[in-house]
Design a protein around this ligand. Structure first.
Ligand SMILES: *Cc1c(COP(=O)(O)O)cnc(C)c1O
Length: 398
């Protein structure tokens, strides 16, 4: 039975703007045609603007995980020592990939609810006098816990010690949604995927690569083939790809970049912050619930992971939301299963969509046995939205 819309409030794939969906509805075309570059070439400067880099951006057919692998396999050598931290399922998976690709991983485990441990990084890097550590990894936005880390801070740590390690940043759930400055923060490899802030289907992974990383690529000996920078470099400048590219996704990206340009990156960040604040007000109003992020400095503007009361099973909240209210929330991942559900508030989203998400979350929590007052979260978010001017309202008024 279909009665009205289903609702998607997971932190990726996110809601796709109608204009982007329409833009992808095109007939197939020849990816070796002489004018194929008319479509593809403008995408590179468009992406560079979003990454805030003057260096290189690659696009691989694949999900964000593919860009992780591309970053590693193109710039490092088997056995290289790398510094990482783990504080949620996504940072965990990145560590796992590095280990499986044969890197010598120094991993700092942090409580799930906190982010990249700058002091610990500084200690490890300071002790590394011979610069054995070739790369430092940081997950800017841990999507499993709703924790945002200080990437400029990681750069400062490296600079203060004059440490030459490459800086890898997972920006899959942050780039195009919250502040990200590849060049200014001295990021060497910046990983993104199409189905989060870029408001597109999954299938395109984007990777920002600094000049220094391109240099490292020349001596990197790890086996690579599908994700080879070299093959991309040979073809990209003419607008072509070493294998069949996802043409429809390029049309989608073209439209999504246009929408971002129209709204303005800073307005996009402000909108995400405003919507996230509304969600956080609601969570604060729900008796017995709290954010997984354990300090305001970690609060993510793209996803909120909500710890439910002890006597409530978060899986029930998800199930009631999905089956009874046709609304999807993000599940609690790995050790957070049953304890946490997540509201994704990134991409193509506005106040009323957030209120709908909160209304559905609230009734699902209530029916799952949480002793919260119906309407309390929605009212708190409404009060926040009513009491603050919105970037999106300003655009609508213009
Ligand atoms: C979604 C996500 C990934 C994985 O991306 P896929 O597109 O599913 O491969 C990696 N890191 C973070 C932070 C994410 O949010």
């Amino acid at each position: 039975m279909r009665n009205g819309q289903t609702h998607l409030f997971i932190p990726g794939p996110t809601n796709i703007p109608e204009a982007v969906r329409q833009a992808m509805n095109v007939p197939m075309q020849d990816m070796r045609a002489p004018d194929f570059g008319d479509l593809t070439l403008p995408l590179f400067p468009g992406l560079k603007k979003v990454f805030k880099t003057d260096s290189r951006v690659f696009m691989f057919p694949g999900s964000g995980t593919g860009a992780w692998e591309a970053a590693i396999s193109n710039t490092l050598n088997t056995g290289d020592k790398v510094l990482m931290s783990r504080f949620g399922q996504f940072s965990h998976l990145w560590v796992d990939m590095c280990e499986r690709l044969g890197l010598d991983v120094v991993c700092i485990d942090v409580d799930w609810g906190k982010g990249v441990p700058l002091d610990e990084y500084a200690k490890v890097l300071e002790a590394d006098k011979t610069h054995e550590i070739k790369a430092v990894f940081a997950t800017q936005n841990e999507t499993a816990t709703g924790v945002t880390s200080d990437i400029a801070g990681v750069r400062q740590v490296l600079n203060a010690l004059d440490h030459p390690a490459l800086l890898f940043v997972d920006g899959v759930s942050s780039i195009a949604s919250i502040d990200f400055r590849m060049d200014e923060w001295g990021i060497d490899l910046a990983v993104a995927g199409s189905q989060k802030g870029f408001m597109m289907p999954a299938g395109l992974s984007m990777l920002g690569v600094s000049e220094k990383a391109l240099e490292a690529h020349k001596s990197g000996r790890m086996a690579r083939c599908y994700f080879s920078f070299e093959d991309m470099l040979k073809m990209n400048d003419d607008g072509y790809f070493p294998y069949t590219p996802p043409t429809q996704l390029f049309y989608g990206l073209k439209k999504s970049l246009e929408l971002m340009e129209e709204e303005g990156l800073e307005n996009i960040f402000a909108r995400h912050n405003r919507l996230a604040e509304g969600v956080r007000c609601a969570i604060a109003a729900w008796e017995g619930c709290r954010l997984c992020a354990d300090d305001t400095k970690w609060h993510s503007d793209t996803v909120s992971a909500i710890v439910v009361p002890e006597d409530v099973d978060a899986k029930d909240v998800l199930s009631i939301g999905y089956h009874k209210y046709r609304t999807s929330f993000g599940a609690g991942l790995a050790r957070l299963s049953g304890k946490v559900f997540r509201i994704g508030h990134l991409g193509d989203l506005n106040e009323v969509m957030c209120l709908a998400a909160l209304g559905a979350a609230e009734i699902s929590l209530y029916e799952a046995g949480a002793h919260i007052e119906l309407g309390s979260g929605v009212a708190a978010a409404q009060a926040h939205f009513a009491g603050t001017a919105g970037a999106s309202m300003k655009i609508a008024a213009e």
